[in-house]
Write a new protein. Structure first.
Length: 402
């Protein structure tokens, strides 16, 4: 770290579509980045929308407000107006995106901004507007790419290949890569994709490692309990938790499935549990992160699903659960599959292959509880060695990324 950086607190801004008290991996990821930068002697400002996710309505503390500035854990958070929505209606969703994007455009254009700015992508339109304005103002733009859009949208069948929307999205994507000074990618696949457009662009791997206090972890177990699988996160189309509930073989295995979260498939899942009178699926709803970590300590194996293999995507849940000592059953393919297998973090099944998933679940259900205790201790040690956020951040600062 440069000596002069130690003497003065350097200013940096992060632009993101999500930030706590909003829930989910995206909000947690950006908060973690902000906190780590602060711990490394940066004065951090976050620009984001008024809190609304995942409900799609403004949280009570932000209702009736156009702009809110607050300080959370020493981070200055500036929240701009948004017309929130999680509607499936495309036009309503576009209006929602444009509402915050427009506010962001005027804020960046007319307000004083720090010399260094981290821009989160996706959302693609949001990152385009931020990069567009910041490039005119000659700021150092650090683009943090956590998923590849529009490629992921094509793979999820949310966008039709070669349509106008696809071609327009490709223009936005290449623009933000070209105008950014440095790009952070959460996977090697993302970096390879960016280099296919701009081979000389400075890119760095930035994994979504968490930063937990593991001193409170309790690895006690009850041998007479069934094996308890759990999923925690968004119930969206990309995760396919509803299909998972329908296809897991609960009849021939001594397992339970515990669900934590919220999202588009929530009502379908609750209806399925009610209709099937399935007492092996337990729905707990959305919990605060600390409360969630307390609750899942009683459970055995984390499920990390995707409905299709998405190029560039590495679910941050892999690192989250490894840092808590949980083995995972992963079926998302790609680089995430390689990480789970190479680090002995649990079991891997093919995307959408429920025969194979059930085969792995039967293998898991056959284990003794003492086996899970041994696996948890081994995974926790591996995580502390390999998935170290402090080392990653120090390396990026030494390479003058921030």
């Amino acid at each position: 770290m440069p000596f002069e950086h130690l003497l003065t607190m350097e200013e940096i801004t992060i632009i993101s579509n999500y930030y706590p008290p909003e829930k989910g991996a995206a909000a947690n990821r950006i908060e973690q980045l902000a906190l780590k930068l602060h711990q490394n002697n940066y004065k951090v400002t976050v620009i984001c929308p008024l809190g609304n996710y995942p409900k799609g309505t403004l949280f009570s503390e932000y209702k009736g407000k156009f702009f809110v500035s607050e300080t959370i854990h020493n981070i200055t958070v500036k929240r701009l107006w948004i017309y929130p929505s999680v509607s499936k209606n495309v036009l309503i969703r576009i209006v929602s995106i444009l509402s915050f994007s427009t506010c962001l455009f005027f804020y960046l254009a007319f307000k004083k901004t720090t010399k260094k700015v981290v821009v989160q992508s996706p959302p693609l339109l949001l990152s385009f507007i931020a990069v567009f304005v910041l490039s005119f103002k000659k700021k150092k733009i650090i683009l943090n790419v956590s998923d590849l859009w529009p490629l992921a949208a094509i793979e999820l069948k949310a966008l039709k290949k070669n349509s106008f929307s696809h071609r327009f999205s490709l223009f936005l994507e290449q623009f933000i890569y070209k105008k950014s000074d440095i790009i952070l990618g959460q996977s090697n696949e993302i970096i390879s994709h960016i280099h296919s457009f701009f081979p000389e662009k400075k890119c760095f791997l930035y994994r979504n490692y968490p930063d937990h206090n593991n001193a409170k972890l309790d690895f006690t177990f009850n041998e007479n309990q069934p094996v308890k699988l759990f999923y925690a996160g968004l119930f969206g189309v990309a995760q396919g938790v509803y299909d998972l509930c329908k296809n897991i073989d609960f009849n021939t295995t001594n397992i339970e499935l515990h669900l934590f979260g919220d999202g588009a498939e929530k009502n379908q899942i609750l209806q399925f549990i009610s209709d099937e009178k399935n007492n092996k699926i337990h729905f707990h709803g959305m919990l605060d992160r600390n409360e969630l970590h307390e609750q899942i300590q009683k459970l055995d194996v984390a499920l990390v699903p995707l409905t299709t293999r998405i190029y560039g995507s590495v679910p941050s849940k892999i690192f989250e659960y490894a840092s808590l000592g949980f083995p995972v059953l992963y079926f998302g393919g790609g680089e995430g599959e390689t990480i789970v297998a190479e680090n002995n973090l649990g079991w891997v099944a093919s995307v959408g292959n429920y025969d194979e998933i059930n085969e792995k679940i039967r293998e898991i259900a056959a284990l003794q509880k003492i086996n899970f205790l041994e696996k948890k201790k081994m995974i926790l040690e591996q995580s502390q060695r390999v998935f170290n956020l402090n080392k990653q951040m120090s390396s990026l600062i030494e390479n003058d990324v921030f």
